[in-house]
Design a protein around this ligand. Structure first.
Ligand code: SD4
Length: 318
């Protein structure tokens, strides 16, 4: 059995590419790296890689991670600037004996030495978003979270190897140097080939309070189905945050076990995800949370068309 699952509609084309590798017996490391790079390279996804939205100082600082579920090797970069594919740098770091999570300048130095492609990741479109947001903020108080989407993926290959990876520009208008959950093991991602993997998108500051990806893998290790594991972990932590803090940030998680069974849970409206397995062609679903039960419905043709239209629609400066 092979399979891949990922957060948000934007992962679809990457998943298609990754699955082509898995079908041919490719390994879960190559498949997931290929899939995430596809998302990083697409300029119209404004929260991952090229075209990602900048921080407060109009710089695109990126976070990414890679984990190998056989060896439990982890590599990650945080607040890295001017490199095309942070996920590949993260994967490369996962092979180091130490120094697996590098930030900012140190990460850039490593990437440069290793010959990774340099690229100015700030697009004209992202700059317009930035300028418009600055103008809007003088009128209304906007939360930094409005404008996001991290790609997180879990992958299983025919040899039973599993991997997880993430890539994001984090929160729009974040402080320089801010690091979210995406490069943090157990929070933004976790995978163990003996059980399964999980990955998160949402408000990193809250996801990190509960190590939610690890919690889902832990439940899967007890033999719990990924759907049940996701629902339990998200519902429990959402509740916990509300009780203790009065509110819970956005939190959506996807998971797959080592049999290719998958699950998704969210505490928001309109979370989309993409999944494919040996038995299921790549498909985008939308998830609704109905009293703690998450119901997945295939995205309609109209929804899919509208999604691309809005992503690529011309953008004017206010
Ligand atoms: C972060 N979790 O940096 C990321 C943002 C995100 O959907 O997932 N947005 O906190």
């Amino acid at each position: 059995m092979w399979g891949m699952i990922a957060t948000w509609r934007m992962a679809l084309e990457g998943i298609e590419k990754g699955c082509n590798l898995l079908k041919e017996g490719g390994n879960a490391g190559d498949a997931i790296e290929t899939a995430v790079r596809e998302v990083e390279d697409f300029p119209f996804y404004k929260s991952v890689g090229y075209g990602g939205l900048p921080n407060e100082e109009m710089e695109v600082e990126l976070d990414a991670a890679f984990m190998d579920g056989d060896t439990l090797d982890i590599g990650a970069v945080a607040a890295i600037k001017d490199f095309a594919n942070p996920v590949s740098i993260a994967r490369r770091l996962s092979k180091e004996p130490v120094n697996n999570l590098l930030v900012g300048e140190g990460a850039e130095k490593f990437a440069h030495k290793e010959g990774f492609e340099r690229k100015n990741m700030l697009t004209d479109r992202a700059m317009i978003h930035y300028k418009n947001r600055v103008k809007e903020m003088t009128q209304t108080e906007l939360k930094p979270y409005s404008g996001h989407d991290t790609v997180g993926m879990v992958c299983l290959d025919t040899a039973g190897k599993m991997t997880a990876a993430t890539s994001t520009s984090g929160l729009f208008m974040k402080k320089k140097g801010r690091v979210g959950d995406s490069p943090v093991s157990g929070s933004g991602f976790y995978v163990d080939s003996k059980a399964g993997g999980a990955t998160a998108t949402g408000l990193g500051e809250d996801v990190m309070k509960g190590c939610v990806s690890y919690e889902i893998v832990r439940l899967m290790k007890e033999g719990i189905h990924p759907q049940e594991a996701c629902e339990r972990a998200v519902a429990m932590f959402d509740q916990e945050l509300k009780e203790r803090r009065g509110k819970a940030g956005d939190m959506s998680l996807v998971a797959m076990n080592n049999k290719g069974e998958w699950g998704v849970a969210t505490n928001i409206e309109g979370f989309s995800f993409a999944v494919a397995t040996e038995n299921e062609a790549p498909m985008v679903y939308l998830t609704k949370n109905v009293n703690g039960k998450c119901i997945h419905e295939p995205a309609s043709q109209e929804w899919m068309e509208n999604y691309m239209k809005t992503r690529t629609a011309p953008l004017k400066e206010l």
